[in-house]
Design a protein around this ligand. Structure first.
Ligand code: ADP
Ligand code: TRP
Length: 321
């Protein structure tokens, strides 16, 4: 089975990315053929500064490896290093109905937030479809915000297969309800583009500041509180040991949960959770040549897998003559 997912190098990676996508992907390492890539072409829809994109790409790659992705037990590369994905995007664009893209929440949400829409932002789901279909992926683990994009991918695959004969595997999305949407410090979805993240690799002082800034209400310590609607608890429960999560959950319901105490505990837990990866990341960043060569090897493997599919598509649509 081919499991595939990508992440944008559009800012420092955060614990929402880790829980919903990076951690599950890493856990697939020995159970499937794993495809992981840094989607720098997608990030161009929001990052227009070249140096920032280039540095962000190397950094996101180091983060993934530092967190446990082994490039020898997966195929790990940078999206643009397999140029056929841009070619397939154009081909798919020509069979994608406008209405399918006009309905996409992610595009509409970004416009609603005042982000000025470029064509790339509108066409974003088609590039994502090309990413998935080019490698004939079966399963795509993502956060809930990407569910609709997977549906668009399926629609495009079904349409292409109907027009030209069986060509693409129709993929399934995989969304874990437990981590479908991790809240940010303001209670909205944690996202690099909303400035509300808790980054994985902050230094201790900034980590404390970030956690302390998690928005909570003014219910006194002794009063009962609802853990389900509390941002702090919704982050805390993913990292604290299970027994402690249950205990704190009981304090919320029965009274006695102190936001200040829980925040301090969360700082300690996050700091410890990422201690190993932090030092691993430092080592990796000291040797960018090594990361570049790992990524080049990954791109070579990915491209070999992509070539039979793009050749088949070229013949079917008639650009191979
Ligand atoms: P961001 O929104 O921070 O830019 P990406 O678009 O690069 O993140 O998303 C990378 C992966 O992380 C995707 O699978 C996405 O669904 C997931 N993801 C991002 N933010 C969250 C969140 N707050 N909760 C759950 N999953 C998330
Ligand atoms: N759009 C995804 C996101 O923002 C990233 C992405 C690009 C992706 N191509 C993909 C995810 C292919 C899964 C499969 O999170």
């Amino acid at each position: 089975m081919r499991v595939l997912s990508g992440i944008q190098p559009s800012g420092a990676l955060h614990i929402g990315n880790y829980l919903a996508m990076m951690k599950p992907m890493i856990s697939y390492m020995d159970r499937s053929q794993l495809f992981v890539f840094i989607v720098n072409l997608h990030a161009m829809t929001s990052v227009t500064e070249g140096e920032q994109l280039a540095v962000g790409t190397l950094e996101a790659a180091s983060d993934f490896i530092a967190l446990g992705l082994d490039p020898d037990r997966s195929i790990f590369w940078v999206q643009s290093d397999v140029p056929e994905v841009a070619e397939l995007t154009w081909i798919l664009t020509c069979i994608t109905p406008m209405g399918l893209l006009e309905r996409c929440h992610s595009y509409k949400d970004k416009i609603a937030k005042g982000i000025s829409p470029n064509h790339g932002l509108f066409a974003y789901p088609v590039l994502m479809a090309a990413d998935i279909l080019l490698y004939q992926a079966n399963l795509v683990p993502v956060g809930k915000d990407q569910k609709q994009h997977i549906e668009v991918t399926r629609d495009i695959a079904i349409k292409f297969n109907g027009m030209y004969g069986e060509t693409f595997t129709v993929p399934e999305g995989e969304i874990n309800d437990q981590v479908a949407t991790v809240p940010g410090v303001d209670g909205l979805k944690m996202s690099k583009s909303y400035g509300n993240t808790i980054e994985i690799f902050l230094d201790e002082k900034d980590l404390r500041k970030r956690v302390m800034s998690i928005k909570t209400d003014s219910t006194p310590v002794d009063e009962p509180k609802d853990p389900e609607t509390c941002n702090l608890f919704q982050i805390y429960r993913h990292f604290a040991p299970l027994d402690r999560v249950k205990e704190v959950g009981r304090l919320y319901i029965g009274g006695g949960a102190s936001y200040g105490v829980i925040k301090k505990e969360l700082v300690e837990i996050l700091w410890e959770t990422f201690r190993g990866p932090r030092s691993e990341k430092q080592k990796l960043l000291n040797d960018p040549g090594h990361i570049r060569s790992v990524l080049a090897d990954g791109a070579k493997k990915a491209r070999e897998i992509a070539l039979p599919t793009i050749e088949d598509v070229r013949k079917k649509v008639g650009i191979k003559y």
